[in-house]
Design a protein around this ligand. Structure first.
Ligand SMILES: [Zn+2]
Length: 130
């Protein structure tokens, strides 16, 4: 999967494709951020120290009928300007969410055409949990 496909299929910009797997009917896609673009999420300074990473998983739009997950090792930083220690912002998902904005848009579009119960069965029943 190319970085271009990340953008065109999932709306993910500024990250690199690392690997794609096929596991139990799901498609985990591992991506990496561009460490040179890291900024403090509070004051936007680029003067940050790395403080380790935490892998986070985000549900995104399916490929065919298979659930797709974006796996990203999100960088923790310490800002040398404002002293905050936080994870950097994930550009394709809102804070504290476990799904991408593209997936959210898909659910909203479908919910205008189907019942919430039908959308729920489609993504959490037939496409696996998550
Ligand atoms: Zn800062």
């Amino acid at each position: 999967m190319s970085t271009s496909l990340l953008y065109n299929a999932f709306g993910i910009i500024g990250y690199f494709h690392h690997s794609t797997s096929f596991i139990a009917g799901t498609i985990p896609v591992a991506i990496q951020d561009d460490r040179w673009r890291l900024r403090c999420p509070v004051c936007r300074s680029r003067e940050v120290r790395n403080r380790g990473r935490q892998v986070r998983r985000f549900r995104t739009v399916p490929i065919s009928r298979k659930a797709v997950y974006i796996d990203l090792a999100v960088q923790w930083i310490e800002c040398t300007k404002c002293q905050v220690v936080r994870q950097v912002k994930v550009q394709f998902s809102d804070e504290h969410k476990r799904y991408t904005r593209a997936f959210e848009r898909l659910l909203l579009d479908l919910s205008r055409q189907m019942t919430i119960q039908a959308v729920d069965r489609l993504f959490w029943g037939e496409l696996g949990s998550g």
